[in-house]
Design a protein around this ligand. Structure first.
Ligand code: FRU
Length: 545
């Protein structure tokens, strides 16, 4: 089928075929230390080598110089010991001070219990890290008393605590519906001591998968090494809730001595914080990129079509474009996520549309040529007088329960339609919606509407999104990466992010178009600037084994 073939991405990472899920480990750039002489970013991912559905989990492996163009390498680790016979699951890498590398990962044993295993490069002088040795000491950690044998997985990158000269590793777990993270202390990654208490626990959340714990600078000092702490540092806790298949994060303060972490806002969503991304996005992980002094966040984007269709396609899932993640110094309440600058090297054929007025109830086509691989940056203002003049209270807007781009109110929705055919029978809307609270204050929402994205059957289509902070004097801004069946959107510089999988049947190949739209009943919207670039395909060859 033409449309199934069209769905493969051009610049989002994916294997040539079969199933992929979470990133296996905090992909790491190997530039420093005496053992690695050439800088390669390594991506290890959860891979089923024989089918487009989950199972037989091994480590797929690819390397890159720029996080965009990849070289596929042979499988890095396969299930071949009793302690990982049912799968070589998620893990994380840690660089030791001498530049060497250790890898901790979860094995699902021959009895499907979850244990933690240690591995290291067979030849540390090989920059491609083709071969891995599993430690004779495996498994190095088994579920502690009181923890279910299937509730103990996904060790983090370790961070170093100078006061007791040892490392900490976090592992997600649960007790009934209370999800939490356990912290272990280790000096050698072979022997571990479970620290008292849990770093954080949230009732009602269920199992915590792929926990991530990392420092962010509150003073604009770029990304921080995972062991950084002290003045001007806050710590982000991220959890993946498998009951909902969503990632959440909160920003807080870490006290290493007491083994506690206190969220800045303990009441926000019951202590679990905000969504990392409001769309189809799961099992994200970050790593410190010492080459560029930034923290990079990756995530798995699954499918929202049926398993049957995935089997017909022969593949399932892609990875996000890696995002730089920083603390938002303006709001001080959220992170900012932004695609790594390297993706901009794929931009071609820029088109500018400035000062386009979009009247209530109208659409404006943007002539951008082929519109299946795009990078879009747009800014909008709406007439202040309209804002002030609108008195109707419009409380409690919720993207997910709204009618999406088809709903109408005084001040929204308005934004862009991507992957739309000329008759707008298919369209994915990326939009803002401004609501007024009873006290008269305005709240801005950033949403993505998949409801009319495709005429195909057996799809999960939703409206995603949430409130987005807009500070006084700021324009409304959006960045959208369109790549065939993926739409990744960033509201207000990455304060709120939304990723969708969409599967148009008409708006494909040369029939895909882009529009500005304004479905508000009153507000006149001006797109003060819209830049649209075509995106070249990334190069992703395979090194044969
Ligand atoms: C996340 C996850 C992890 C596990 C792995 C198995 O999607 O379920 O918890 O380690 O994937 O493939």
């Amino acid at each position: 089928n033409e449309e199934l073939i069209w769905q493969r991405t051009a610049y989002h990472f994916q294997p040539f075929k079969n199933w992929m899920n979470g990133i296996v480990y905090n992909s790491a750039l190997l530039t420093t230390g005496p053992l690695f002489y050439k800088g390669w970013y390594h991506l290890f991912y959860q891979y089923n080598p024989v089918s487009a559905v989950w199972g037989n989990i091994t480590w797929g492996h690819a390397v890159s110089h720029d996080l965009i163009n990849w070289l596929h390498l042979p499988l890095a680790m396969v299930p071949d010991h009793w302690y990982d016979m049912n799968g070589v699951w998620t893990g994380s890498a840690t660089f030791l001070p001498d530049g060497s590398l250790v890898m901790l990962y979860t094995g699902s044993t021959n009895e499907s219990a979850q244990v933690q295993n240690l591995a290291y490069p067979a030849d540390p002088s090989d920059p491609l890290l083709l071969n891995w040795v599993k430690s004779k000491a495996n498994p190095v950690l088994v579920p502690p008393p009181g923890i279910g044998s299937k509730d103990f997985r996904d060790p983090t990158t370790a961070w170093f605590i100078e006061s007791d000269n040892s490392w900490r590793v976090m592992i997600g777990s649960r007790n009934g519906m209370t999800g939490f993270s356990l912290v272990y202390k280790t000096k050698d990654f072979v022997e571990y001591e479970l620290l008292d208490g849990v770093l954080h626990a949230v009732p009602g959340t269920g199992m915590w998968e792929c926990v991530d714990f990392y420092p962010v600078s509150t003073t604009g000092n770029g990304g921080l090494d995972t062991s950084a702490n002290g003045l001007g540092v806050k710590h982000v806790l991220k959890v993946s809730l498998d009951n909902y298949m969503n990632d959440y994060y909160a920003i807080g303060t870490y006290d290493a001595r007491a083994n506690t972490w206190t969220p800045d806002d303990p009441v926000a969503d019951a202590g679990i914080g905000a969504r990392v991304d409001y769309g189809k996005y799961y099992a994200s992980k970050s790593f410190f990129d010492q080459n560029k002094g930034r923290r990079v966040l990756w995530s798995w984007i699954g499918e929202t079509d049926s398993e049957q269709t995935d089997l017909r396609k022969g593949w399932a899932s892609v990875q996000t474009i890696p995002r730089v993640v920083t603390f938002d110094e303006k709001t001080k309440t959220n992170l900012l996520q932004w695609p790594v600058e390297e993706v901009e090297a794929l931009r071609t054929d820029a088109k500018d549309f400035s000062h386009v007025k979009v009247n209530p109830g109208s659409v404006v086509p943007l002539d951008v040529g082929t519109a299946t691989q795009l990078d879009i940056e747009a800014e909008f203002v709406i007439d202040e007088a309209e804002l002030v003049g609108t008195v109707e209270a419009d409380v409690g807007y919720n993207c997910s329960t709204s009618a999406g781009a088809a709903g109408r109110s005084a001040l929204g929705p308005f934004g862009l339609l991507v992957l739309a055919d000329k008759d707008l029978l298919e369209q994915t809307a990326v939009y803002f919606y401004i609501g007024r609270a009873i006290d008269g204050s305005l709240k801005t929402y950033f949403c993505q509407d998949e409801l009319r994205s495709s005429k195909a059957k057996d799809l999960v289509k939703r409206v995603h999104g949430s409130m987005v902070p807009v500070l006084h004097g700021e324009k409304l801004s959006v960045r959208i990466l369109v790549d065939h069946s993926v739409v990744e959107s960033f509201g207000q510089g990455g304060r709120t992010c939304i990723t969708s999988r969409v599967y148009p049947t008409k708006a494909i190949y040369g029939a895909a178009r882009v529009f500005l739209f304004n479905n508000a009943t009153e507000a006149v919207v001006t797109a003060t600037s819209v830049r649209v670039w075509g995106m070249n395909a990334a190069s992703v060859p395979t090194m044969l084994s």
